[in-house]
Design a binder for this molecule. Sequence first.
Ligand SMILES: Nc1nc2c(c(=O)[nH]1)N[C@H]1C(S)=C(S)[C@@H](COP(=O)(O)O)O[C@H]1N2
Ligand SMILES: [Mo]
Length: 398
Amino acid sequence: MTDKNLGSRRRFLKGGAALGLTTAVVPAVRSQESSDGLSRSAYGVRSRYVTSKRIGDGGNNSDFESEYNTLSPIQNQVGIITPSALHFNSSHGASPPDIDPHEHELMIHGLVDRPLKFTMAELQRLPFISRIHFIECSANYPLPKDVTVQHTHGKTSCSEWTGVPLSLILNEAGVRSGAKWIVAEGADRDSHSKSIPLQRALDSCFVAYGQNGGPLRPHQGYPLRLMVPGAGGFSHVKWLRRIKVVDKPYLTPSERFNELHGPKSVITFPSGGQQLLERGYYTISGLAWSGAGRIQSVEVSTDGGRKWQPASINGPVLPVAHTRFSLAWNWNGKETTIMSRCTDDVGQVQPTAIEFARSRGVSVDKVLSREVRRQGHWNLVFPWKIASDGQVQHHYWV
Ligand SMILES: Nc1nc2c(c(=O)[nH]1)N[C@H]1C(S)=C(S)[C@@H](COP(=O)(O)O)O[C@H]1N2
Ligand SMILES: [Mo]
């Protein structure tokens, strides 16, 4: 770093102490083995000073490690990719099935000319695509008792997924006339199943075996999952074993399950439960995403929504992917409320609480009611209150 760079960095922070110019202590390197007998260098482990983890979604005090419902620690994430080990997880009441990829098959049948079965090895011989997409549970909403952004927004994650376009597989089988939907089924205890319109299946769905450069993690559906970009997480059937081509939406209890996620954003720093130590310079940072396409713009307010400033975009802007934004900010040490709102490239704007309440036909004090939460796709502009002592808290409308 040149002196000039150091000088400009210094202007952000008050005094040299904030730069942390202390001597680093380098611990002696010990060679250790993990429980499966691999050395730390054969399959890496993170620094013991890094402690970020998924937590159960049972609320504030649930630090328990749930096998089947976990929230991603998005307050600690940088960039747009969720580390595979920290992808949120929603599996309805069961641990991941222990699937041997040599035995796993994907069956295609129903209204097709040629019913087909693919082994994993056969799928991996086919042409493939890699796409960076978020998956968000339709039930990604806050509860009044929630404290951190992990609690309020932790059911969304973003990975690079690799696999085979479903159109290629369906064309191979030959879709018959009269076919309008597919039903996808997983190999878990309850055979999680979901109907998806055939047109969407042909346009954008793919069967993924790769996540962030490696195989899917067991919690994400190893060895195969369906990707339905932009639709509610529920559609992204994990441990995928069967696709039936049909004439009707057999398994769609609510139309909302097929809606694409609307535009949504949240500030991840500073966010709930964090503490600003002193007034001065901070880089506000957050994530924005939309199920309909790319993020067009993000604005941030640092005065409770009176003025909005355009945020910078820090990194790739991809369709149906988390997009990282930031805003340079000088905190004057006074109580305030900060929030973000985004617009996607089909022109949808993230709604305020008032706009959202109106669209759902309820009064604004009902935006967190059970009835509204259960409709899913909760994408309100989300405020964080910063107290004069620097504590960051959820700011409620009710
Ligand atoms: N087979 C199967 N697929 C499933 C589920 C499930 O319980 N079983 N849960 C769905 C729900 S509700 C969500 S939100 C996403 C979550 O994907 P993730 O666990 O990889 O984050 O998986 C979907 N696919
Ligand atoms: Mo979900």
